[in-house]
Design a protein around this ligand. Sequence first.
Ligand SMILES: O=C(O)CCC(=O)C(=O)O
Length: 179
Amino acid sequence: MYRKLAQEDLDRYHHEGYMKYGRIISKRQGDGLPLPWHQDAAYWALEPMKVMTLRLAIDDSNVENGCMRVIPGSHTWGLIPHVPYTVKEQILDQEMADIKLDESKAVDVELKAGECSFHEPFLIHGSKPNFSTKRRCGYTIRFMPPETKLNRSGRFANHPLFLLRGKDLHHTNSYANIP
Ligand SMILES: O=C(O)CCC(=O)C(=O)O
C-alpha cells in the first residue's frame, strides 16, 4: 500500500521522493478517555501544510468502542485556534478553542480491522471514550511530499522521517534509515 500511495503521489508531486511518519493510537477497552475535537495542522510544524493521514484499523472501530468522528467539509475552514488540553493521561495536548461546533453534523468513521480511512490536516476530528469491552487500536501514518518542510524544533527535534521512494530534490528535510 505504501508503494501504491507513494506512486500516486509521485504523479502529483513531479516524480520526486515522498516521506511519512506514523504512530499507534490505542484505546483500551473500558477506557474513559475521549480525543478532543482538533485539527492535526494545529500540532504540526509543517510548511506548506501538505500532508495526508492514513488511519489503518488494527481492531474493528465503531461507535461502541469510540471510533473517530469527523465534521464533513471542515477541511476547508482553515486553521481554527487551539488551546491546551489538560486532561491527564492524554495523547493529545491541544484541543480546539471553544467555537460553535454543530456536533449533530459529526459523522462516525466506522472501520473493520484492516480497512483504512484518509484525512486532511485541517479536518476537524476527535473521538468519544471507549466504554466497550473491545480495544480500539489504529495505526496512523502521515504522508507528505518532500517539498513540505518539517521545522525541527521542540517536540519535532528528533522526529524520524522516512524517504519512501525517489529522490528528495528539495533537500529541506533529513531522513532516518528505513528499519
Ligand atoms: O483515532 C482517533 O480517534 C483520532 C485519530 C487522530 O486524531 C489522527 O489520526 O489524527
